[in-house]
Design a protein around this ligand. Sequence first.
Ligand SMILES: Nc1ncnc2c1ncn2[C@@H]1O[C@H](COP(=O)(O)OP(=O)(O)OP(=O)(O)O)[C@@H](O)[C@H]1O
Length: 308
Amino acid sequence: MDPVLKVKGLGKAFKDKKVISDITFEVHKGEIMAILGPNGAGKSTSIRNIMGIMYPDEGEISFLGEQVKHVPRAKIGYLPEERGLYKSVKVIDLLLYFADLKDYPLKKARERALDLLKKLGLEGKDKSSIEELSKGMAQKVQFIASIIHEPELLILDEPFSGLDPVSQELFKKEIKQLANNGTAILLSSHQMNIVEELCDRLFMIHRGQKVIYGSLDEVKRKFANFKCTIIGENELSVLERLNNVERVEQTGDRSTLFLTKDVQINDWIRQLSAELDIQELTIDRISLHEIFIDIASDRLNGKEFLNA
Ligand SMILES: Nc1ncnc2c1ncn2[C@@H]1O[C@H](COP(=O)(O)OP(=O)(O)OP(=O)(O)O)[C@@H](O)[C@H]1O
C-alpha cells in the first residue's frame, strides 16, 4: 500500500541560508510518526513545505501515491505551531465552519464536535465564544478543528505545549484513537517521554538534516547505549577509570555511568571491583530524551546514525 505521505529530498533555503536539505520520510496509514529535533532544526519549515504554506526549492511530495505540489488540504488536518482562532466566534460555529471548509457533512460535524468537546473536557462550552476560554481550552478547540472532518493525514506541530498533564492524557488518548482508526499522523514534539509512549517511528532532524529515521524499537536497539546507575559513596575518578565507561554524571551518592556501545553487560558486571560501594545498581538503555541530548550536543558522531 502506498504511504499516505511521502516526502523525498525536500530542501529549502531562506536567502542564502539552506535550512533543510534532503528531508526524506514516509507516514503510513494508522501510524504515528514523530518529527523531532532541537529548536531551529527545521521541523516547522519541513511541515510548512508539506502543507504548501511555502514551497520547497527541491524535492517531491506524494499523497497516497500521487505526486502533489502540497498535500490536499480537505483530506488533512493541521494543528500549526502558532495557535490562534477568531476570538468573537462561538466554539460550535467555529468547528462547523472548519468542517464546511473541508466539505464535511454539517450534521455529522455537529455530532462529532459535541462528542469531541465532551471527550476533551469541554462539555457545555459549545456556545461559549473563543475569547471566554482559557489558553489550554482554546488549544483543545483548535485541535478539534483539525480533526473534525476525519482527516486521512493529521499533522500536529507541538500539540502538547502549554497543556496540563490531565489535558495531555486526553490528547494522547484521542491521538491514539485516531491512529487506530487509520489516520496517518505526523507529530512534532519536544516531550520525549510522550514521543516514546505514543509514536511508532521517528525522524530526527538536526541542523536541517536527517540524523535518525526508524522505528522506536530500532532506534532503541541501535542507538540507545546502556547506562548503569549506582547508589553508593564512590569517587568520581574511580568510576571514570572503569572499563567501557564513556562518562559519569554524579549527584550526591547517585552516579550514572554511560557505557560504550560495545559493552557486554554480563562481562562488565563481573569485572566490577569489590571495593566499589554499591547499595543499589540498575542497568537500563538510555532514554530517547538522552539520545536527543547526545545528538543536539553533538556527542554522537555521524557514523552511528541510522539509515532509512
Ligand atoms: N521565514 C523565515 N525566514 C528566514 N529564516 C527562517 C524562516 N523560517 C524559519 N527560518 C529559519 O529556519 C531554521 C529552522 O526553523 P524552524 O522553525 O523550521 O525550526 P524548528 O525545528 O521548528 O524549531 P522550534 O523547535 O524552535 O520550533 C531556523 O534557523 C530559522 O531561523
